[in-house]
Design a protein around this ligand. Structure first.
Ligand SMILES: NC(=O)c1ccc[n+]([C@@H]2O[C@H](COP(=O)([O-])OP(=O)(O)OC[C@H]3O[C@@H](n4cnc5c(N)ncnc54)[C@H](OP(=O)(O)O)[C@@H]3O)[C@@H](O)[C@H]2O)c1
Ligand SMILES: [Zn+2]
Length: 350
């Protein structure tokens, strides 16, 4: 490979996860306000599976590679960058916003009219190098390893925005997390229990083994939805009251049971549709119980920095089930696709 090329894990055509291949692609150069990051670790998000399968309307250039969760070392800075230096250890904020629209001016970057996310609209960290605007970096403290740091940015930022900024979880809230074992879910559990101090935290999963993991992570009541309907179980566990907040990043046929799990005035916050984007709904529940529904997408810059602060001060710990060399990407995609993961899988590079 020549000096102006690098390796990336990407695809030329949409299809399935076996379309990912190890590519040789041009090494990017930083613009005047950009930084070139030498990627040391990048974590998978479910978004990477969705990108190859479904996001042909977002991708504008092939080959495309994802990777919304990235950590590395600054390799070069653009001519107008004076706040980062070669050798700095960083994580990358995957959210790109224009900084000028009405939403950016309110600090709501993920509502930006020109919003772009690494791994969906832009090529991400499944490569040896990535260029990002200087404002999209956050420092990794000395002693905190880059592999663990890479498991945080998108997943932690998304969970924090959904629970803290959108649903506004308070200490007297009972919270149900649907999809609790995944990347976003494991942060959601920890933010709810360790930072927002929710009264009681419930979580759903699909096996006894995963249920045990969730109990260890701090979930008070785990519901195995392959054994029983989770809304009926919530009803029993709360003596017919329901919970105050449901955080759902699964969608599909979990949507109506999520509504049924809520008490009067309950808040349902949604940030994903892994199990399908077009479920049936239950309008009567919405108005009779006077539910509030919040959509949530990644994070504002403040939410990102807050979430990373909680990661780096140890309030929450990234759950990294597997760390694999870059070349073993196929196994990483399979693990996620087969739902054999707790938390994250990280790909590493020298
Ligand atoms: N809005 C945003 O900005 C944003 C940002 C990040 C992620 N997301 C979305 O949030 C969702 C979760 O992402 P993630 O990276 O945390 O995913 P992940 O690590 O793959 O976790 C997903 C979890 O959902 C559970 N699940 C329940 N039903 C499922 C089904 N039919 N198919 C697959 N999984 C199912 C599985 O756990 P059990 O087997 O334990 O049930 C699985 O571990 C994705 O839809 C992703 O696109 C959105
Ligand atoms: Zn904007």
């Amino acid at each position: 490979m020549s000096a102006d090329e690098m390796r990336a894990i990407g695809f030329h055509e949409h299809g399935d996860i076996d379309n990912f291949e190890l590519l040789s692609v041009p090494k990017p150069e930083p613009g005047p306000e950009e930084v070139l990051v030498d990627v040391k670790a990048s974590a998978l998000n479910h978004q990477d599976l969705i990108a190859v399968r479904e996001l042909d309307h977002y991708v504008t250039e092939y080959p495309f590679w994802g990777g919304g969760d990235t950590a590395g070392v600054v390799a070069e800075v653009g001519e107008r960058v004076d706040d980062w230096a070669v050798g700095d250890r960083v994580v990358v904020n995957p959210a790109h916003a224009c900084g000028e629209c009405e939403f950016c001016l309110q600090g709501e970057q993920s509502m930006c009219a020109n919003y772009e996310v690494l791994g969906e609209h832009r090529k991400g960290g499944f490569a040896e190098y990535i260029t990002v605007p200087r404002t999209n970096l956050y420092p990794v403290p000395d002693g905190y390893d880059l592999q663990t740091a890479a498991a945080a940015p998108m997943a932690a930022g998304t969970a924090w925005r959904a629970l803290a900024d959108r649903a506004g979880v308070r200490p007297d809230d009972d919270v149900l997390i649907v999809g609790a074992t995944g990347g976003v879910g494991t942060y959601a559990v920890q933010f709810a229990t360790e930072v927002l101090n929710a009264e009681t935290v419930y979580g759903t999963t699909s096996s006894e083994e995963k249920a045990e993991f969730l109990r260890d992570l701090g979930v008070d009541h785990v519901i195995d939805y392959t054994e029983e309907d989770f809304d009926s179980r919530i009803w029993e566990l709360t003596d017919g009251r329901g919970v105050d907040v449901v955080y759902n990043n699964v969608g599909g046929d979990t949507w109506v049971p999520s509504m049924r799990s809520l008490t009067h005035g309950g808040r349902l916050v949604l940030s994903g549709a892994t199990a399908g984007p077009n479920p049936t709904s239950e309008l009567r529940l919405m108005f009779v119980r006077q539910l509030e529904i919040y959509g949530s997408t990644t994070h504002s810059r403040t939410a990102f920095e807050t979430a990373m602060g909680f990661v780096f001060d140890g309030s929450v710990e990234p759950v990294v089930q597997e760390t694999l060399p870059f070349e073993e990407f196929a196994r990483a995609f399979e693990l996620m696709d087969q739902r054999r993961l707790y938390g994250k899988v990280v790909l590493t590079q020298d």
